[in-house]
Design a protein around this ligand. Structure first.
Ligand code: HAH
Length: 337
């Protein structure tokens, strides 16, 4: 088969009047999938390389080598970059929350560490990232629980969220600052995210947007629930970014591990889903300014290891050979319709 790259329409070009098209990258994909990236995408997010544990593994040690290279790549190719993420309960080293002799850190120490981390990281990249996911996943999935229990919440109380936004704004006054979460279209959680963002706004915290992670599958969430979530967050006068889109072939309770390739039925259903999803995004493009896939092609996705370890998944619009799937063509049709 001939190389189709040159004749393919470009996703970023097709959507240029609506929103940026992004991809999460890592050290491997930014090289192995470089031509797909530069052809179809104009925004990158580091999948893991800007997380606390990677940038700041020990109190006196920062490591900026890989993210610096990613930023250089985006500049070289005229792309933009989102920052992910400053404050999260996961992928944060234990030292952050530790005090003396086995006790947890006291509130002043933890707040000082948070401030220093945010000032150093967001300060280093000031003016080079158009947005930051300042706080990731602070809202609980459990009924009757508002915020997720975490060392941040346990030690600092709810105010850790507003403080994080203030520090990020001090360090990079031009970056758009986002609250980012998953299950963002589930009505009960949607209302908690709405309540959190509303209270941040009312307290005058410098928050500019809501990040919808959009880890979805062939049936979940319903397009009605996606629409309702977009409208609800937009009603707070927030920018919206779709930050981590993937359309898994497997429902949450599906633990099959026998498939070595997607079935025709799966591929067709996924393409229909992509049509519905991007039609909605286009309809709300006055609010949605960036749509990022949490990967590039089906060669690699974090879903190969989550929630079922070692089960291959095929969530994107380019296949394992980096060729366009029906889903890709549907996205082009939606853009042109
Ligand atoms: C996201 N969490 C994170 O924001 C991202 O940083 C990571 O690379 C992948 C997914 C989604 C998530 C999770 O980590 C655990 C349970 C449910 C959802």
């Amino acid at each position: 088969m001939t190389n189709q790259c040159e004749v393919l329409p470009q996703l970023r070009e097709a959507y240029k009047d609506y929103f940026m098209i992004g991809a999460a990258v890592n050290k491997w994909s930014i090289e192995a999938e470089a031509s797909l990236l530069t052809e179809h995408y104009n925004s990158l997010t580091a999948e893991n390389e800007m997380k606390f544990e990677r940038l700041h593994p020990q109190e006196q040690q920062y490591d900026f080598e890989v993210p610096d290279k990613m930023i250089a790549f985006t500049k070289e190719h005229g792309m933009s970059m989102r920052g992910h993420t400053l404050v999260w309960h996961n992928q944060t080293p234990a030292w952050v929350f530790q005090g003396d002799s086995g006790h947890p850190a006291d509130p002043q120490t933890l707040l000082m560490r948070m401030k220093s981390h945010i000032h150093t990281v967001a300060g280093r990249y000031a003016g080079q990232l158009y947005a930051w996911d300042v706080v990731n996943e602070a809202v609980s999935d459990k009924e009757e629980e508002f915020l997720r229990p975490s060392p941040w919440l346990d030690i600092l109380g709810e105010s850790f969220i507003a403080r994080a936004f203030e520090y990020a704004h001090e360090a990079d006054p031009k970056a758009q600052l986002f609250y980012n979460d998953y299950n963002e279209c589930v009505p009960e959680k949607r209302e908690k995210i709405y309540k959190l963002v509303k209270s941040l706004k009312e307290r005058g915290a410098p928050i500019h947007g809501v990040g919808l992670q959009a880890h979805w599958n062939l049936d979940f969430p319903s397009t009605d629930d996606i629409r309702r979530a977009i409208e609800r967050y937009a009603s707070l006068d927030m920018l919206l970014h779709v930050t981590e889109l993937d359309v898994s072939m497997f429902a949450h309770d599906d633990t099959r591990t026998d498939l070595t390739a997607p079935t025709e039925a799966m591929l067709e259903k996924q393409a229909e889903r992509y049509t519905q999803i991007f039609s909605l995004f286009k309809e709300y493009s006055a609010h949605i300014k960036s749509v990022t896939f949490w990967g590039v092609s089906d060669r690699y996705t974090w879903l190969d290891g989550f929630p079922v370890r070692g089960r291959k998944n095929w969530p994107f619009v380019f296949d394992v050979e980096q060729q366009p799937k029906q889903s890709f063509w549907n996205l082009i049709d939606v853009a042109r319709s």
